[in-house]
Design a protein. Sequence first.
Length: 324
Amino acid sequence: MATIKEISQLAEVSITTVSRVLNQDETIVVSPEVKKRIFKIAHELKYVPPRMRHTQKKREIVIGVADWHIIRKDRTNIRLSSLDIIVKSMSGNSEVRFERMDKGTPGQYDGIIAFGVFSEEEMEFLRMQGYAIVFINSDPKDYEYDSIVMDFNKGIHEMLSYLVDQKKYRSVGYIGGLYEEGQVKIGYRRLEGIKAAFNQKELYEDKYFYLGDISKESGYELAKRAVESGCLPEAVLLGSEEVAEGALEAFYDAGLRIPKDVAVVIYKDIETLESKWPTFTKVRMFPEIVWQTAIKLLLEQIREGRKDNMTIYLPTKLEVGDSA
């Protein structure tokens, strides 16, 4: 097991400095470069802090959820309760509590589930918050951490094959949103993947793509515009449940019947809202196996001390319902 002494020798600083940095002592005066070097070495050596060496005796394990690349900061209704339900079915002798992390706000976590692609600065921030990290659909340059890679394209291709080959719809469109604040961009990679899948199926037509904000209000306005323009496709993919809430309201206000007048598929991302349409057809980006696998990987690191890192590939899932 790596020691603070080994870290101090490699970082070329005192043992006291290493100890205070790793324990996030805010009163210590040390440069960001030194902090970065200490945490990087600690992770490379698989250093386990004292507070995590006896986690089997701990009643509660705290897991942070870093989701600011896929969920807007002002969206506070993330359903961490769904994670609670899953973990209770997996681990009988540990109590796990989830906390949604704020970018740049320090905290102490036994493990972290991180969504999306992070800058090097953000990676350093995550290293300082927890020693066991699982990245989901990220882009790790090396294999320093456990990661789960989602095959998002599989779900979109399955959806298009279902709509066109099986249901014989002749036109398919998209109503979705984009969000950008500083370095945080939400929805852009999704849009690129969706357009690529549509092009591969020779279905992409610009007039059938409606883009706005990730909100109920934007979903309503975009769907209303599609209806009034006369360019509403026979089937439409709604980019999130927030967008879907507004778009479906606009369809109903226009007197459209689902799926008779327009077929609908909901792109179901991380669970942020209680679904109002449980029987609708959806492309589920994060099925329960993702949460189960992420929690399992973290608990192996935290409770069992696993040091070797793993990368696991998981598919997205098309769930056929009564809306398409």
